[in-house]
Write a protein that binds this ligand. Structure first.
Ligand code: CTP
Length: 401
């Protein structure tokens, strides 16, 4: 889908620069033509030769190279691109971009361009959180620069937190979304909940359920593929984060609700999480010990209902609020009642009775309950359910204003 698109990659100097090689491969597999400018610092981490082999082109690095200027001047380099991608965008490169410096080929090309720019920051957590970097990000955002990441995680410097560069698949998804303005959900914001929640009993034990999170992950990925800017709020699962989706990892129902509220506004919310209805009223501060006497009694408190809360919001209510109903009997009857009780627009009722294979399995048989009535879907894979639901959502929301 990137066939014929011309991408100018600017490779900065950071340990994450090696990921730019994987990105080149993904972009070219989808038909894009990729040219690369390698900064002097970038060349400390990846070689011009590897970039040249993967792009199938020469690699540009020198501002005052007589041969480069004769073949392709620095102005021409940025003009001859549909999109500039800065990967990794180091703190230094971001500062130079914000300040309009043009001391080398990379910064000169960025200052000279009138083409859209996507920056993929990567740096130490403290450098990312520093007021100077945050001010530069603010300046560049206002100027229309797009950002992918950074994400939270372990970093090469041994620290943990925001600053880690997004993965090539996520950068690719952002590039595709940039060109895919005709996508039916382009300009829309989607919020999806998924997975179980873990409700702590003490520091080592918790109450949970068997939800795999697969259906919600598939829905988030399908909405993102249709162009929606998608946030997935996920309880603990074994699944990899879907490409092109902002994932917020939470543990408890209360954290899930807070993360959903923080992700608003949204045009559509799909609550696919198997939220624990109850939590231990008080989680013990220390591990409960057998030596303390008789088996403890765990008093339970009711958890907030994320779906009902989102459906009951006033002005900030997503236009379309969708829930699931996991039922073991009288499936449609219970789903109709649940839709009314929760105040949502659609309920996707599914059979989770023993033997249905839904929990942790690959397939789902859905009955879509809405104000218009009940639509019975055939038995579909969870991916196919997600595709079909995303299509229904796109049809219901219409084209973005
Ligand atoms: N849900 C939620 N927050 C909760 C409980 C449920 O957001 N605390 C959402 C689920 O994500 C799902 C829908 O509500 O979209 C229905 O979940 P389900 O477990 O079937 O219903 P319950 O509300 O738990 O009702 P019951 O257990 O009585 O069937």
């Amino acid at each position: 889908m990137l066939h014929g698109k011309r991408i100018l990659l600017i490779v900065g100097g950071g340990i994450a620069a090696y990921k730019s090689l994987g990105l080149v491969r993904l972009l070219r597999e989808r038909g894009a033509r990729v040219r690369a400018i390698l900064t002097a610092a970038g060349a400390e981490f990846v070689t011009p030769l590897s970039l040249s082999v993967l792009t199938g082109d020469k690699v540009y690095g020198e501002l005052f190279s007589l041969t480069d200027e004769a073949e392709m001047g620095h102005i021409e380099l940025s003009r001859d691109a549909d999109l500039l991608v800065v990967v990794p965008a180091t703190a230094d490169l971001l500062a130079k971009m914000a300040g309009g410096l043009a001391g080398d080929l990379a910064t000169t090309a960025m200052l000279a361009t009138d083409k859209p720019v996507i920056a993929v920051p990567a740096m130490n957590v403290r450098m990312w959180l520093h007021a100077a970097t945050q001010a530069n990000i603010e300046t560049l955002s206002v100027r229309g620069i797009g950002f992918v990441g950074p994400v939270d995680g372990d970093m090469a410097c041994g620290e943990l937190g925001p600053g880690r560069m997004a993965e090539p698949a996520d950068i690719l998804a952002a590039v595709e979304a940039h060109f895919n303005t005709a996508a039916p959900l382009a300009g829309r914001r989607a919020l999806v909940t998924s997975g179980p929640t873990h409700e702590p009993i003490d520091p080592v034990r918790y109450i949970a359920n068997r939800s795999s999170g697969r259906q919600g992950y598939a829905i988030a990925a399908a909405l993102a593929r249709l162009g929606a800017s998608t946030t997935l709020v996920s309880g603990p699962t074994r699944l990899a984060d879907p490409a092109g989706v902002t994932v917020v990892h939470v543990e408890t129902a209360r954290e899930m609700l807070a993360a959903c509220e923080a992700a608003l506004p949204a045009d559509v919310a799909v609550c696919a999480a198997a939220v624990a209805d109850w939590r231990p009223a008080e989680a013990a501060g220390q591990k409960l010990k057998k030596s303390c006497g008789a088996a403890p009694t765990i008093a339970l408190a009711e958890n907030p209902d994320v779906l009902a809360t989102l459906a009951g919001l006033g002005n900030s209510r997503p236009r379309l609020v969708i829930g699931f109903a996991a039922e073991t009997e009288k499936i449609v009857e219970h789903a109709v009642a649940k839709r009314a009780r929760k105040g949502c627009d659609w309920i996707l009722a599914n059979d989770v009775s023993e033997g249905s294979g839904t929990f942790g399995g690959a397939d789902n048989t859905i009955h879509l309950v809405s104000a218009e009535g009940v639509e019975d879907w055939p038995c579909l894979s969870k991916d196919a359910v997600a595709e079909r639901l995303a299509g229904c959502i796109a049809a219901a929301l219409g084209t973005a204003a």
